[in-house]
Ligand binder design. Structure first.
Ligand SMILES: O=C[C@H](O)[C@H](O)COP(=O)(O)O
Ligand SMILES: C=C(OP(=O)(O)O)C(=O)O
Length: 359
C-alpha cells in the first residue's frame, strides 16, 4: 500500500507517496540461488576475469536485448542463446544482456525492474520479483547474466545472480555509482561518457578499484554504510560519443594507453551499438567485423564486444494498447535480429584463433 507523506513545510514537498518493498532477504528466500544458477554465475565471472586479465584468449561477447520487457520472450531468447553459446564456446564466451534498469536521456520507460507492466504504474515490488526469477532461470540454463548497475539498492536484491555488470555512459562519472561498483563481486565494464570522454571511464575504473563507504540497505533492509574492498576487474567499454564512433584502432589505443598509465591491465570492450552504430542497428555488424579484424591484426587490448540483439530486428514504440506490441522486438534501442546474431557469432568463431583457455 502506498503511504502518503506526512504533512511538512520543509520536506517531501515533491513526493506523492512511499511504497514498501520486501527486504532483500525476503526476496532471496522466496527465490534462492539454486546450485545450477550458482555454477553459471561463478563460471561466468571466472571466464570474464580470465579474459580481461589476459589468461584466456577468447573474446567476451555480451549479447542480448537493449532491454527486457517480457519474461517469456526473454527466456525464449536465452534458450536459443544457450545453444549458440555452446557452439562457439572454445573461442567466444557469450553472456546475455539482461538489462532491466534503463537510464534515459530525458524521460521514458525505465525498464522491467521499475515498470514491469509497461503501464507507468512503477510496480517495483513486482519488477524485483520477476527480475530475480528471470535472472535465476537464465542462469539455470547455463547462460551467464550481464546487466547494468543503476538503481542504488537493486544490487542487494539481484547481484548474486549476475556474472558481469557495467556502468552506463550516463553514470560512469557518478561518485555514487563508482562507489557501488567497488562493492560488486562481478567484473565491471565502464562505458565512456556520452560526450565520448574515455579518460572518465579509466578514472572510474581506478576509483572503483579502491575501497569506499556508501549508504545502502543490508539484506534485512536495515539502513547502513557498506564498507567495500574495491573491484579489481574494471575495463573500458567504447560506445562512441557526441563526436561519433570510437571503435577505430586509435581509440582502442587511447583507452589501452590510459589504462596502462593508470597501472591497469589494458582491457577494452567495444559496444557495437549506441553512438558506435549511430543507433542504427543495421550498422552494428560493421563495428562487429571491425573488432574481429582488429583482433586478427593482433590488437590484444580488445577483450570484449557488445551486441544489442533481439528475436526480431529494429524497435517499436510502446503502443497505447499493449496487445499491439510486436513480440521479440525492442521497445528501447533498435537491435539486430536472431538470424544476424547467429551469423555474427559464427563469423566471430570462424575468424578467431582457437584460444589458449586459462593458461
Ligand atoms: O540503451 C538504451 C538507451 O540508449 C539509453 O537507455 C538512453 O535512451 P534514450 O536516449 O532513448 O532515453
Ligand atoms: C544504456 C546503454 O548504453 P549507454 O550507457 O552506452 O548509453 C545500454 O547499453 O543499454
Amino acid at each position: 500500500m502506498t503511504r502518503q507523506p506526512a504533512p511538512s513545510t520543509t520536506e517531501n514537498l515533491n513526493v506523492t507517496g512511499f511504497s514498501p518493498l520486501p527486504t532483500p532477504r525476503e526476496l532471496k528466500n522466496r527465490h534462492p540461488l539454486t546450485p545450477e544458477a550458482e555454477r553459471t554465475v561463478l563460471a561466468g565471472r571466472r571466464a570474464a576475469q580470465a579474459i580481461l586479465h589476459g589468461q584466456d584468449d577468447r573474446l567476451l561477447a555480451v549479447v542480448g536485448p537493449c532491454s527486457i520487457h517480457d519474461m517469456d520472450q526473454a527466456l525464449a531468447y536465452a534458450r536459443r542463446l544457450a545453444v549458440l553459446r555452446e557452439q562457439v564456446a572454445d573461442r567466444v564466451e557469450v553472456q546475455m544482456r539482461v538489462y532491466v534498469d534503463k537510464p534515459r536521456t530525458t524521460v521514458g520507460w525505465r525498464g522491467f525492474l521499475l515498470d514491469p507492466d509497461l503501464s507507468g504504474a512503477n510496480d517495483v515490488a513486482r519488477g524485483l520479483e520477476r527480475t530475480r526469477e528471470l535472472m535465476l532461470r537464465v542462469s539455470e540454463m547455463g547462460v551467464p547474466v550481464a546487466t547494468e548497475l543503476l538503481d542504488p539498492f537493486a544490487p542487494q536484491y539481484l547481484f548474486d545472480t549476475v556474472a558481469w555488470a557495467c556502468l552506463g555512459a550516463r553514470t560512469t562519472e557518478s561518485q555514487t555509482h563508482r562507489a557501488m561498483a567497488s562493492a560488486v563481486s562481478a567484473p565491471m565494464g565502464f562505458k565512456n561518457g556520452t560526450g565520448g570522454g574515455i579518460r572518465l571511464a579509466v578514472d572510474a575504473i581506478v576509483a572503483a578499484s579502491h575501497a569506499h563507504a556508501f549508504f545502502t540497505v543490508d539484506d534485512d533492509g536495515q539502513a547502513c554504510i557498506v564498507h567495500t574492498r574495491g573491484n579489481p576487474d574494471g575495463h573500458v567499454i567504447l560506445r562512441g560519443g557526441r563526436g561519433g564512433p570510437n571503435y577505430a584502432p586509435q581509440f582502442v589505443r587511447e583507452a589501452a594507453d590510459l589504462m596502462s598509465a593508470a597501472g591497469l591491465t589494458p582491457a577494452v570492450m567495444v559496444d557495437c551499438s549506441h553512438a558506435n552504430s549511430g543507433s542504427d542497428h543495421t550498422r552494428q555488424s560493421l563495428v562487429w567485423r571491425d573488432v574481429l579484424q582488429q583482433r586478427q591484426a593482433g590488437v590484444s587490448a580488445i577483450r570484449g564486444v557488445m551486441l544489442e540483439s533481439n528475436e526480431h530486428p529494429g524497435k517499436q514504440a510502446i503502443p497505447a494498447d499493449l496487445s499491439n506490441l510486436r513480440p521479440g522486438v525492442s521497445i528501447t534501442d533498435a537491435c539486430v535480429g536472431w538470424s544476424e546474431t547467429e551469423a555474427l557469432l559464427l563469423e566471430a568463431h570462424a575468424a578467431l584463433e582457437p584460444a589458449a583457455v586459462m593458461r
